[in-house]
Design a protein around this ligand. Structure first.
Ligand code: UDP
Length: 313
């Protein structure tokens, strides 16, 4: 198969491309390199079956030859990065899915769209099931991402309903692991790099907010199972780790991995920061026979090895 992966130089894009290449496929990666990490692209380029095109998904796709399957991952995903240019973030979601639809329609192929737990906003239902409609501030500082992703899901569903053309949608919860950009500003990359370089760990708010952290290999396995699931199962389906931790518990786990107590620095909580988040993954279990099996301890130690090998940042 020849796959198209948008956002190939990003954290999940790179891990997905590596998995597809490992499975013997050809991959064309596209990325505008706005938040993609150059180390990732260097790694992918070592494989002869990988080719790359610098392209912004807000523009129609250029002539890229025959493609059998389209994975749409392009979008900045870390809050500080997607808030840096919110208008472009919104455009990336909406025009990105629009252009993917145009391409998939012409080429008669499936679009696999990566949506997000952010469609649930600051959830009032816990844990979050796919049937939950969410609690999003439509005019807040996270709206460029949350509403962009919600809009993309809506467009894709309407495309599917009106044409019958194949789609697949997953909603991805917090994920971590190798090929994260050490400077992307998310909590695990921040904490691990702060710990490696002996800086205090920056906790936003009181550290009692919760997240569930999924190791990237588990997540990619869920994505592949979704791709291979029956055509009628279009999702959306939650992919994430149902084990929930407060940030203070995450600090404890990092201290255990590093083998040293860490200094903490408490900083103001950013606007609209969700208080709790945990996926209900019963649908993924039922339809894909999927669930994560990497413990936080193992995942953190693998991620720590990766950041240490990258060097100080
Ligand atoms: N966070 C933190 N310190 C950091 C980075 C993030 O305390 O250095 C907090 C952030 O406010 C949020 C949680 O960690 O409550 C997860 O943030 P992240 O940016 O990783 O992803 P989110 O789930 O908010 O999209």
């Amino acid at each position: 198969m020849r796959y198209l992966v948008t956002g190939a130089a990003g954290f999940l894009g790179t891990n997905l491309c590596l998995r597809l290449l490992e499975d013997g496929h050809e991959v064309l990666g596209i990325d505008n390199l706005s938040t993609g990490f150059s180390y990732n692209l260097e790694t992918l380029r070592k494989n002869k079956k990988f080719s790359f095109l610098k392209h912004d998904v807000t523009q129609p796709y250029p002539d890229i030859g025959k493609i059998d399957f389209l994975y749409n991952l392009a979008c900045p995903a870390s809050p500080p990065r997607y808030q840096k240019d919110p208008v472009q973030t919104f455009r990336t979601s909406i025009w990105g899915i629009w252009n993917a639809i145009e391409f998939a329609r012409k080429n008669k192929i499936t679009i696999f769209h990566t949506s997000t737990s952010e469609v649930y906003g600051d959830p009032l239902m816990h844990p979050q099931k796919e049937a939950y409609w969410g609690n999003v501030n439509p005019i807040g500082i996270r709206a460029c991402y949350d509403e962009g992703k919600r809009g993309a899901e809506a467009l894709l569903m309407d495309y599917h309903r009106s044409t019958g053309n194949p789609i697949k949608v997953v909603r991805i919860f917090n994920t971590y692991g190798p090929y994260m950009d050490p400077k992307d500003g998310r909590v695990i990359s921040n904490f691990l790099n702060q710990a490696i370089s002996g800086r205090p760990l920056t906790i936003y708010g009181d550290g009692k907010q919760t997240r569930s952290f999924c190791f990237v290999d588990d997540l990619i396995e869920g994505i592949i199972r979704m791709e291979k699931s029956p055509k009628e199962f279009i999702g959306p389906v939650n992919l994430g780790n149902p084990k929930e931790f407060t940030l203070l518990e995450l600090v404890k786990a990092i201290e255990k991995s590093i083998g040293k107590k860490q200094k903490l620095e408490f900083l103001p909580l950013p606007g609209d920061d969700p208080k709790q988040r945990r996926p209900d993954i019963s649908l993924a279990k039922e339809k894909l026979n999927w669930g994560p099996d990497t413990s936080l301890e193992t995942g953190l130690s693998k991620t720590l090895d990766y950041f240490r090998a990258l060097g100080p940042s």
